[in-house]
Write a protein that binds this ligand. Sequence first.
Ligand code: BGC
Length: 683
Amino acid sequence: MKKTIIIVIMLLTAVLCKAQISISSDDRDRAIALVKQMTLEEKCALITGQDDGFHTAAIGRLGIPSVRMADGPQGVRNKTHSTYYPCGISLAASFNREVAHGVGTGIGWDASARGVRIMLCPGVNIYRSPLCGRNFEYYGEDPYLASETALQYINGIQEQRVMATIKHFALNNQEYDRHWVASLADERTMNEIYFPAFRKAVEEGHVGAVMTSYNPVNGEHAAENSWLIGQLRQWGHKGIVMSDWVSTYTTTGALTGGLDLEMPSGFVMNYKAVRELVDNGVVSESVVDLKCIHILSAFSAYGLLDKPMKDESIPENNPASREKAYAAAIEGPVLLKNDGILPVKAARKNNIVVLGPNADCIPYGGGSGRMDPIEGTTTTLWEGISALGNKYKATLMDWKNIDEKVLAKATLVIVSVGFNHDTEKEGADRSYRLPRGQNGLIEKVASINPNVLVVANSGGEFDVKPWIDKVKGLIMAWYGGQEGGKALAAIISGEVSPSGRLPFTFWGTEDKNPASRYYHAVIPAAKEIKKNRDPYPNSEYKEGIFVGYRGVEHFGVKPMFPFGFGLSYSSFEYSGAAIEAKPGGYELSFTVKNTGKVTAAEVAQVYVACPESAVIRPARELKGYEKLCLKKGESARVTVALPATAFAHYRTDDHNWVVDPGTYNVQIGSSSADIRLEVPVTL
Ligand code: BGC
């Protein structure tokens, strides 16, 4: 009863708070008036992190409170236990805007309940290589999917009067030596692949804050890169630009490059250093003023200058948040292989054995994105399976001592493997191979029992070659959060059909990925390095715009599992595509029918191809998607808006997006490699 009441209140709050917050001219005027009353010392306090490094400065005499921040992106971290949601790559794999919005909303509630008003999320750096230790936090390889997911997640958070911080701007696509590896990319590549999620967050999400990345971008560290930060302002960002933790390098660079807030404290923008530059006339005080204006305008817009930080009406351990976490966890897992072993029917003769390093723990990626869930709220994979009830016989086995007899008798052996906070994490790149001993474990189990299902936790692709032909099933389970085990059990038992789709291309071998040749940093010879790592090691983005599935046709490589792919327990038929001109673009419509035997969700994907383009372009690019849940035999008409920008490419001559006249093919498919319908359109 209590749970129901709380959920109803939460839902009402969600509906009532729906308005998008954006910074108005009144907020800016109020900020300017406050800044006029501040001393330089107070201004320097405001533009640098304070206390534990997760607070801004309070200026009591002017009524400016200290604002608390927390990571993100899988829930509210930092000195608290909180709801642990599925990770970013799982949200992207759900291809479901509602799921992303729901997780954002839940995080907004959890933050409000704890008095946190700035969330350090979402992370939207593009998946360029499986080796990046933070892919699990991000939204995959496609800029459109990442933008849509980010927009919904940000809206969800910000509708609860909590500021979101989109990060890490920009080109932070590896973790190896992240302070120094300089990302070198051309303008078109940046605009078509690496910037869109940030741009949409600014233009459509009015995101309150942007966090710069550690790395230099085309020669200049991001936090001090006036060109880079200038892009945000050109897109209309009126809020805060903050540095990543300890990623500023010089006082002049941080002051003049456009950064507003140095985190976690004033290493370079402290009062003493700033005073000296202002007194010597190197930097004008108005530069500091502008930073304070950005910070205070955002505070004003989010009501932080007027309303209490903490929302006492929301419980910290919130059943409504847990529902959001489950709704996301059920849609993320991607079934990559199923040779008839799933779903497992509820029958006592079905004897499920569960084993492996991740079978009875809550796996999570490491670093600032790690989570501390609330005690008693989590479900491991084993707990999920054993809770399926007495219609199944289920056994958890110690994977280090395998009892060959018990295995041999099982009708399904679930081997739960993958990475965790030690092997896939911030600050380091990970291996392409599964952690030590895991390939051997899978192979050994497969040699004893033919019915092996591998369930893998990871933020991206890993080497499955040693055993993929020896097992009957593979589920990419990502890091599913506190409800991940329950959701996997529902999928394995067939209560719910799997509906996640790959948000990146699963190449099958490391070297097929077009980025792999350039991904590793080119490290200058020791004798060349002067001081401050000059020259920097470089990571050249030579594959350009042909990242992931965009590189399939261009480089002539065939992946093991294509972008957008994922198996279901049902099948779908597509028909009746039609396209109609509308003001500002087109409206595409088509019918999807569930032709299988069970209720299931399909992700209908819309790609735009420009076969006659004079400019070199990818064979197809994702420009729309809809997820729809259909009962057996049911069909639905799907409508997808294609604005003119869906046909555009970035032209460097005039630094702009342009739509070339010509004939385009609008393709509708179940994955990037399974196009079912095509309609030409001449612009
Ligand atoms: C990470 C950020 C994070 C910050 C605060 C940094 O190391 O790169 O993503 O928000 O720490 O924890």
